[in-house]
Design a binder for this molecule. Structure first.
Ligand SMILES: [Zn+2]
Length: 422
């Protein structure tokens, strides 16, 4: 529905319009290269939704008849807004000290062992007020919008206690009400074991299963349930327990898998029919083939590899060639990937993981929408879908990853409304 008094919007003369139009399925193999590109393209928006998509000449008559407000995008690329399907948006302070210690040669796990890492974020979160957490997250949300992101997933996971996790869920609930962007909430209570629980892991997991999951599901504070299945975090059996409890309560599972060590987490994702398995750095060849044959979206987070200074990146090329539905996300978080910029993630995907620019764009829009189970209304520009767009000051989409580390986005449209303009 169009708000009273507002006119339809006619975005026209795009040098390249990337529609991503096609069959309603995640893109795999060759399919990742099909952008549904229209030269001199146009999108006619009515209210929050897309009414028509096509060539400018083809749609001009209808736009005139509707007295649509015209927005000339000559010399620009118009594409679906980025869907960032993996973020840890809500945290207190930063991890600048960890950053410096790592530069001096300590590993991520050494820093975590010495009281840094997730535990230090948890201590800061415990001392932070809800308004201060909202203020910091809102500043980042403005930056996400400025870089062309229109939807992002947001995880809990720095609570490490019932009170802490409930506080994070409350912050996310308030942000969802106020933010112009769409936030998708995920309960990641099984992120790390709270201090003092080494000998009583079961107690914390029981709290997650019997208290946090039911509350998050009943009050609709989360849609997804996630777990960090890795060395130094939780085992496959523990994650199975958490994710299955989530499923019983109506939450869809997703999982942090095979980042530091091959654990079998990707197999667990397949077993449970998870929406996505994320990271996948240490995937075995057999896991890789199994994942490629499954419905689980393989979400790659190269920002973490970059920020941690790792030589190796997730096996994007092999995943795509085997037929996996590959998505890209920022993994925005204070410890391992403090970037809001999906355009930079595209650059990493191309330069460090040998994805083509077209594959990277598909992975960051349509396939990411599948990873969040929202592809019925997000991730492509097609009639009836939500009008979520990013307008880039380039005349070839390949310039987005090519001229890297620059913000090319000049306008972001969410629900048919301009939420950012440079
Ligand atoms: Zn993560």
């Amino acid at each position: 529905m169009r708000p009273p008094g507002s006119k339809p919007l006619f975005i026209c003369h795009a040098k390249q319009l990337l529609t991503m139009a096609g069959l309603p399925a995640p893109r795999r193999g060759e399919g990742l290269r099909h952008l549904g590109l229209i030269a001199d393209g146009a999108v006619l928006i009515d209210g929050a939704k897309i009414r028509a998509v096509g060539g400018t000449a083809e749609l001009a008559g209808e736009a005139r008849r509707l007295k649509a407000r015209e927005m000339d995008c000559r010399g620009r690329v118009v594409m679906p807004g980025f869907v960032d399907s993996h973020t840890h948006l809500v945290f207190a302070g930063n991890r600048l000290d960890d950053f410096e210690r790592r530069i001096e040669g300590r590993s991520y796990e050494e820093i975590a062992g010495a009281g840094g890492g997730i535990q230090s974020s948890a201590r800061r979160l415990a001392n932070a007020s809800v308004p201060s957490l909202i203020r910091q997250a809102s500043r980042f949300l403005d930056q996400f919008a400025q870089h062309g992101t229109t939807t992002l997933e947001v995880k809990t996971g720095y609570g490490l206690s019932a009170a802490g996790e409930l506080k994070m869920l409350e912050v996310i609930r308030l942000l969802r009400k106020a933010a112009p962007l769409e936030l998708v909430p995920t309960l990641l209570a099984a992120h790390a074991l709270p201090p003092g629980y080494t000998q009583k892991r079961h107690e914390y997991l029981r709290l997650v299963v019997t208290r946090l999951i039911p509350v998050a599901a009943r009050k609709k504070l989360a849609e997804f349930v996630d777990a960090f299945c890795d060395r130094g975090a939780f085992s496959v059996a523990e994650c199975r327990r958490v994710l299955k409890a989530g499923q019983r309560s109506g939450l869809t599972p997703r999982i942090h898998a095979e980042q530091l060590r091959r654990t079998g987490a990707a197999r667990l994702a397949i077993e449970l029919g998870a929406a996505s398995a994320d990271h996948l750095d240490k995937l075995s060849a057999r896991d890789l083939r199994a994942l490629a044959r499954s419905s689980v979206v393989a979400t790659l987070l190269p920002g973490a590899n970059f920020h941690l200074g790792l030589e190796r990146y997730p096996p994007a090329r092999r995943l795509i060639d085997e037929g996996a539905a590959v998505a890209l996300a920022t993994d925005f978080n204070p410890g391992t990937s403090p970037t809001v910029n999906m355009q930079f993630i595209l650059a990493l995907a191309c330069s460090a993981m040998r994805m083509t620019p077209a594959e990277a764009v598909t992975a960051a829009t349509l396939n990411a929408a599948w990873a969040l189970r929202r592809a019925d209304r997000l991730g492509s520009l097609e009639p009836g879908k939500q009008a979520d767009l990013a307008i880039m000051e380039v005349d070839d989409y390949r310039e987005i990853p090519y001229y890297f580390a620059v913000n090319h986005c000049v306008m972001t449209v969410k629900h048919g409304r301009v939420i950012y303009r440079r």
